[in-house]
Write a protein of this length. Sequence first.
Length: 173
Amino acid sequence: MEKSYKEILPQIDTFIFDVDGVLTNGIVTVFPDGQLVRQMNIKDSYALRAAVKAGFRICIISGGKNEGVRTRLSNLGIDDIYLGAHDKIKQYNEFVEKYNLNPENIAYMGDDIPDYPVMKLVGMPCCPNDAAREIQQVSIYISDKTGGNGCARDILEQVLRVQGKWDSNFDAQ
């Protein structure tokens, strides 16, 4: 019998997130000069920073290449940021090897087909509720939030609360 996602929460020590469709709503504004602009939810940002301060490993693996995204996430204390990742398995393997991680202790939140191969390897694949059908089918947990609207906060807060690390982070900003 498979474990429920609530049974897995206590063992999570690492989070991997996609950007577009997870940390953003997937909508990209294109300016006349070709610049692409994304929006990120401040509540997701707060939870990311709280998780970093609580000692969790956070990794970003995104097909997008926007350096503004890197700057924003770096400012939250995230060091492992892989942009322009079209074969996410390569970056996943590099990250796991770098820290000698146990895949069973990793939560990965993705929303679309490029996330699928990595999601099959981790202990807790999860997604926003507007993720592609194939991603929902492989996910152990589907957030009630959509991409860019608090889905990252949802899973981060649940893990931190279960592990008794949420309340100690109210000064995370």
